[in-house]
Design a protein around this ligand. Structure first.
Ligand code: ADP
Ligand code: GLC
Length: 504
């Protein structure tokens, strides 16, 4: 089974969130199952500067097509590269005009989307579809696996090529976050190289704009979400971001496959970024991690303080504005808080203000740091994720492995992976964290108070830590489910002879 994995982020080279971790974890797990996986990404500087032995494959076709003009791209080609530490070969879409820019893959230095994002990511989908048509004479995929709106036009291009009599490739689209849709002005549609009548309610149009996310949901053969609960939630108006109607129409093609964790990167026993490593059978060094975190974030060195940690993009999704309202009680009860994150400037400011209001009890680091992320998760007693929605969430899975109890809202992947410390769950030994239902300050407070109560019972706390650390959310299991999905789409090479049905 040959799989082309199309994405915009890849840990450790380029990461803004969990998508990068998935792109690092899933392809090797598919390879271990015998899949021949290759990645396709834009040649962002962070990727191309790490690439070795790059070999040009072919220019991207730009001639007239049976259905009209091709996408209005500047000159672009596809090259095959290897990256140190990456087992899969990587195709790069190269176009200096589109990609050679510093900073974020999506945003300019002013914090706004790059104005030509439609073309930057159309080129990714265009390259994927042409690789499916044999652009590389040495390798072509059976399945194109596209991730998030960045790769959203690939299924549309595959479909239009098939309608024009070219090879019909199987496409799978994985939704990591329906809230980011790749919306562009109607005027960009004419530049995308799609049939003019595809701009309509049955095509890519979303309330007068072009939606890359809608294109993928409309034209992919199968759709996945990154947790089973999210697959249900996206069918509702509350979580469907306006696409729930289309998703309901295509619900029989939709399923949720829970993300895994790369335990080579996220294990407290082998973590190269911790001063002292530990495991479920040897928890004493976790106290050193807590001490290091307190020192690092300017918190008073109180071993008995209940330390809460946050490692997060600071966006509405993550529900951290609720946290601002419970800080007084958190501190008054003797708790401490360490926050590592960046994003929404007003949330950044509110957190910095809180740190200056409660010196020694709240520490905030605005920015992105892989080392600090490991330090916060290892050193915290509780990791907070009060998300409004959470397609999967990886941070709570890392917290579980590090014996930091996740405190989460019952939504999406958080609901699928954290078991609340109810009395029944504590009694039966399955509890792993604190879960609240209603997205409100009171909801968050109720869980926070329960954390303080349980912390007064060290034996029970330790039992919950051990239970979380024992769990595995492994990539091999998830990869098997993806592979089964890919296999269900592959055309049967020898159509089986169907015996005529008996009458009567
Ligand atoms: P999302 O993808 O929605 O941001 P996830 O929980 O799936 O949420 O993944 C977030 C990933 O990004 C985790 O690997 C987390 O450790 C990392 N991360 C988030 N913010 C930061 C930060 N400021 N510094 C370092 N790592 C971060
Ligand atoms: C998105 C989601 C997050 C998920 C990640 C990886 O960024 O917000 O919940 O874990 O993708 O799939």
């Amino acid at each position: 089974m040959k799989v082309l994995y199309v994405c915009a982020e890849l840990f450790p080279f380029l990461k803004t969130g969990g998508l990068a971790d998935v792109s690092a974890g899933l392809p090797p797990a598919l390879r271990a199952l015998g899949c021949d996986v290759r990645l396709l990404m834009p040649a962002f500087p962070a990727i191309s500067s790490s690439a070795a032995s790059t070999r040009p494959v072919a220019s991207l076709p730009n001639g007239q097509l049976p259905w009209g003009a091709p996408p209005a791209l500047p000159p672009a080609d596809v090259a095959l590269a290897t990256l140190s530490g990456l087992d899969s070969p990587l195709y790069l879409v190269r176009s200096p005009d589109l990609y050679e820019r510093p900073g974020s893959p999506y945003l300019g230095p002013d914090g706004h989307d790059w104005p030509d994002n439609a073309l930057r990511f159309a080129a990714l989908g265009w390259a994927a579809a042409w690789l499916g048509q044999g652009l590389d004479p040495d390798w072509s995929p059976d399945v194109i696996h596209c991730h998030d709106w960045h790769a959203g036009l690939a299924p549309a291009y595959v479909q239009v090529m098939a309608q024009a009599g070219r090879a019909a490739l199987a496409t799978v689209f994985s939704i990591h976050n329906l809230a980011y849709q790749g919306l562009f002005a109607e005027s960009t549609f004419a530049q995308l190289g799609l049939p003019p009548n595809w701009f309509g309610i049955d095509g890519l149009e979303f309330y007068g704009q072009v939606s890359f996310m809608k294109a993928a949901i409309r034209y992919a053969d199968r759709i996945t979400t990154v947790s089973p609960s999210y697959a249900q939630e996206v069918l509702t108006a509350a979580h469907g971001c306006g696409l729930d109607g289309l998703l309901r129409e295509r619900a029989d093609l939709l399923c949720g496959i829970l993300n895994g964790v790369d335990y080579q990167v996220w294990s407290p026993a082998t973590d190269k970024w911790l001063a002292a490593t530990y495991d479920a059978d040897n928890m004493a060094p976790k106290a050193a991690a807590k001490n290091a975190l307190q020192a690092d974030f300017g918190l008073e060195r109180r071993p008995g303080a209940l330390v809460f940690g946050v490692v997060s993009r600071l966006t509405e999704q993550k529900g951290l504005h609720l946290l601002i309202h419970v800080l007084a009680e958190l501190v008054q009860r003797g708790g401490q808080l360490a926050v590592l994150g960046q994003g929404d400037p007003s949330l950044e400011r509110a957190l910095i203000d809180a740190a200056s209001r409660y010196p020694g009890q709240i520490g905030v680091r605005i920015g992105y740091s892989e080392v600090s992320a490991h330090g916060v998760i290892a050193g915290s007693d509780v990791v907070l994720m009060p998300s409004a929605f959470e397609p999967c969430g990886l941070t709570q899975l890392y917290a579980l492995r590090y014996g930091a109890l996740p405190l989460v809202r019952r939504v999406g992947g958080l609901a699928d992976t954290v078991v609340d410390c109810t009395l029944e769950n504590l009694d039966s030994g399955v509890a792993t964290g604190f879960v609240f239902d209603v997205f409100s300050t009171d909801g968050l407070l109720s869980a926070l108070r329960r954390a303080f109560v349980l912390f007064q019972h060290p034996d029970q706390w330790a039992a919950v830590q051990r239970q979380g650390m024992r769990l595995r959310f492994d990539w091999p299991g998830a990869a098997k489910r993806y592979l089964a999905l890919f296999q269900s789409l592959r055309p049967d090479p020898k159509p089986r002879h169907r015996s005529p049905r008996k009458k009567g």
